[in-house]
Design a protein around this ligand. Structure first.
Ligand code: CP
Length: 297
């Protein structure tokens, strides 16, 4: 389905400018609901707080009735119905759009080809989380130019779908990418600039994106990587005094404050973590409006 958003590989500057422009309009003043009487299916086969609720909020604001499915509990999946059958049954109810979160083993591209309505990837295994990368960049763009941006990713980068989506779109702005984390949690092959200490990376970056340790996505091979992140790669309060005053701090959430980031960093005036959440609503509303009108080309 052409109006789907599965990844950011082929996104153009025009599309990006369109969605940022509309998100900014929505931020300034609410728009009229456009899709009254239509529904959006929000199918979350993995846990979520921010993405699910911000899509739900975006749907309501755009006039779409959200049909929310969270996990298997309380649904017929408890009686053995498969994820694929669940999806096909929901699609048979003819929602205007399906917003979907699923694990690595889900065949997202194939499913999107089979269904007639647009599909939005709301987090797919370790492969991608395009709307999160878009809202992150929107958040940065509200403060500084994306052109030539020096952006540092810290922590469990190899298993982060958020980082994966960023890596698809950052070349559009000639951004310079820095990475910092335990060797086994870094991308295997990349031209990214590697920092062995977070302090070094922080003195280089315009924006830093801290990432959660994705314990659920891999086997640490007996190593205590969580402890290694805490000891060597955590963004601690002691690093704040030397951080340049215009460096932007981001985290897609959920934040493990006792692991990758101190509470003082989360609450620092340079932290945009809660702005990211607000922007998630506006950006997703803008995206739904453009996609459903076939206006995102
Ligand atoms: N950033 C993000 O995807 O958060 P949730 O898992 O809470 O949706």
């Amino acid at each position: 389905m052409t109006n789907s958003l599965l990844d950011l590989k082929f996104l153009t500057r025009v599309q990006l400018e369109k969605v940022f422009f509309l998100a900014r309009e929505i931020k300034r003043a609410p728009l009229k609901p456009e899709f009254l009487g239509q529904t959006a299916a929000l199918l979350f086969f993995e846990p979520s707080t921010r993405t699910r609720l911000s899509f739900e909020s975006a749907c309501v604001r755009a006039g779409l009735g959200p049909l929310v499915f969270q996990g298997g509990a309380g649904t017929s999946m408890e009686k053995g119905e498969s994820l694929e059958d669940t999806l096909m049954n929901v699609a048979a109810m003819k929602p205007a759009v399906i917003v979907l979160r699923a694990g690595d083993d889900f065949h997202l591209s194939q499913v999107a080809r089979e269904l007639s309505m647009p599909i939005l990837n709301a987090g797919w295994g370790r492969y991608g989380h395009p709307t999160q990368a878009l809202l992150d960049l929107f958040t940065i763009h509200e403060r500084k130019s994306l052109e030539g941006l020096k952006i540092l990713f810290v922590g469990d980068i190899a298993h982060s779908r958020v980082a994966a989506s960023h890596f698809e779109i950052l070349p559009l702005f000639n951004a310079q990418v820095g990475i910092c984390g335990p060797e086994s949690l870094l991308p295997k092959e990349s031209n990214f600039r590697k920092f062995s200490t977070l302090r070094e990376g922080l003195s280089w970056a315009d924006a830093v994106v801290c990432l959660r340790y994705q314990l659920e996505r891999h086997d640490s091979g007996g190593k205590d990587l969580k402890q290694e992140i805490r000891q060597s790669y955590a963004f601690t309060k002691e690093m704040l005094p030397k951080l340049p005053k215009d460096t932007l701090i981001l985290h897609p959430g959920p934040v493990n404050q006792s692991v990758e980031m101190d509470a003082e960093v989360y609450r620092d005036e340079r932290s945009l973590i809660l702005d990211q959440v607000s922007h998630g609503v506006w950006l997703r509303e803008a995206l739904l409006r453009l996609l459903l009108k076939g206006d995102w080309v």
